[in-house]
Design a protein around this ligand. Structure first.
Ligand code: URA
Length: 239
């Protein structure tokens, strides 16, 4: 990787602000490949250098990819003056500048939201052209029927908007799984509304081939593995 200033490397990893790096350098507490760093503008390859700060090795990550189980009542936005956002819920060790939720879940929707600072991956994942399927579980205010399944499979018109055919599977009287790859505003709620059912609870269970980790309680998160980062872009689908 291209060389970067040591103060930039440490601030990008949320290890030390630039002013703190100066102080750590003055105290001789930063070494790179065994040599004490003397100035904040010294440049190193962040991936291939052994950077130690106050005895702890820096595990440099160019980007973060975080799976969060979004609770209801929280905004999938970076910042809001009144309502907590998914970024506010990140634990200290995963907080760093540039993170944003890749895509939107409504305030009352729960489940899998990807938080990253990789704009390129987010853009690709959200593009309808990529055909990345997202799986939702919807609880409705009425019994769902085979007719609803057929209507979903034919594609749905809601006002001026056309939604592509979607696979729907009834898993309990009022509850269904639905898979979509478009991500239009309030899409799942609007599709059910168009067939005369209102969604009373919505949860996203999967993006691409990556399932929401069932051990994550609402509001909890963890980093994705290397395999999951690839699998999130998968076009495979099927309930
Ligand atoms: N569809 C919706 O209606 N709401 C969401 O939050 C996600 C998909």
């Amino acid at each position: 990787m291209e060389k970067q200033r040591i103060d930039k490397i440490l601030s990008s990893q949320n290890i030390a602000a630039r002013s703190e790096t100066k102080s750590l350098i003055r105290k001789g507490l930063i070494t790179v490949n065994g040599v004490i760093v003397k100035k904040p503008d010294e440049k190193f390859d962040p991936v291939n250098s052994n950077i130690i700060v106050d005895g702890v090795r820096v595990n440099f990550k160019k980007n973060l990819y975080i799976m969060m189980n979004k609770p209801s009542g929280v905004l999938s936005a970076s910042r809001d003056t009144r309502i907590p956002t998914v970024i506010d819920l990140l634990p200290y060790e995963l907080k760093r500048s540039g993170l944003f939720p890749a895509g939107r879940l409504d305030k009352d929707t729960e489940g899998f939201i990807l938080i990253t600072d990789d704009g390129e991956l987010a853009h690709k994942m959200l593009s309808p052209k990529s055909h990345v399927y997202k799986l939702y579980q919807a609880v409705c205010d009425r019994k769902l029927t085979h007719d609803d399944v057929i209507l979903f499979s034919r594609g749905i018109r809601c006002g001026e908007i056309d939604f592509l055919p979607a696979e729907m599977k009834i898993i309990d009287t009022n509850t269904a799984l639905v898979e979509i790859c478009e991500g239009k505003f309030h899409q799942v709620k609007k599709m059910f509304h168009a067939v005369g059912a209102e969604v009373v609870k919505l949860k996203r269970l999967r993006i691409g081939e990556v399932n929401l980790d069932s051990s994550l309680l609402p509001g909890e998160c963890r980093e994705l593995s290397e395999t999951e980062i690839k699998d999130i872009m998968s076009r495979k689908h099927g309930l």
